[in-house]
Design a protein around this ligand. Structure first.
Ligand code: 5GP
Ligand code: MG
Length: 177
């Protein structure tokens, strides 16, 4: 199995670039169908979702906007458990169809926090798209409307996900060996 070393840790391929690409196309097709009579605004959560957001957004056929926010809840390979908002949205979300784009939902802390924060602006609806979901790590009853892959409760890197800032440029997704 193909593996990489990042800093002190070894990672093995778990989701290939071609599987990701195929799944992103499927999610895009579903969003195009579900949101066809709307002009959605996508909200990409930096840094981790930047590649997923870029690939997913290019699948979107209707008039759509994208904006970027930043939150941080992770240090090293352990969740710190507290979510800190860092950068907010300038666009008005009032009456809009909002689609949050995340790389991964782990405990769900960030997802719950983001949904609650964005709902304060009175959007018409807030949908949530995450490339990855760890069902066994979820601590909240949060609905993730669009999930790329359900994954085990292991630490992943690649395709935007980092280990201490590194590994985001890997085309495949790797799991800690
Ligand atoms: P949550 O708030 O759901 O516990 O965690 C969400 C954030 O933690 C994600 O957006 C991501 O930045 C980070 N995270 C969770 N699991 C992983 C993982 O396996 N690998 C990496 N690199 N980041 C993760
Ligand atoms: Mg993220």
């Amino acid at each position: 199995m193909e593996s990489v070393i990042i800093k002190d840790k070894k990672f093995e391929v778990s989701i290939t670039a071609s599987a990701i690409s195929q799944r992103v196309k499927e999610l895009g097709a579903k969003l195009n169908e579900d949101l066809k009579n709307t002009r959605p605004i996508f909200v990409s959560v930096l840094n981790g979702s930047f590649l997923f957001a870029a690939d997913l957004f290019r699948e979107i056929k209707m008039d759509a906007e994208i904006t970027f926010i930043r939150v941080s809840s992770y240090e090293g390979t352990q969740s710190t458990g507290s979510v800190k908002s860092v950068v907010g949205i300038k666009e008005s979300l009032e009456g809009r169809t909002v689609v949050i784009i995340e790389d991964i939902v782990d405990t769900g802390d960030t997802a719950v926090y983001l949904i609650n924060e964005l709902k304060k602006q009175n959007p018409k609806q807030v949908l949530f798209a995450s490339l990855l979901l760890k069902p066994d790590a979820l601590k909240h009853p949060v609905k993730i409307d669009y999930v790329g892959f359900e994954v085990p409760n292991d630490f992943l890197v690649g395709y935007g996900l980092d280990y201490d800032g590194l590994g985001r440029n890997l085309k495949d997704i790797y799991t800690l060996a």
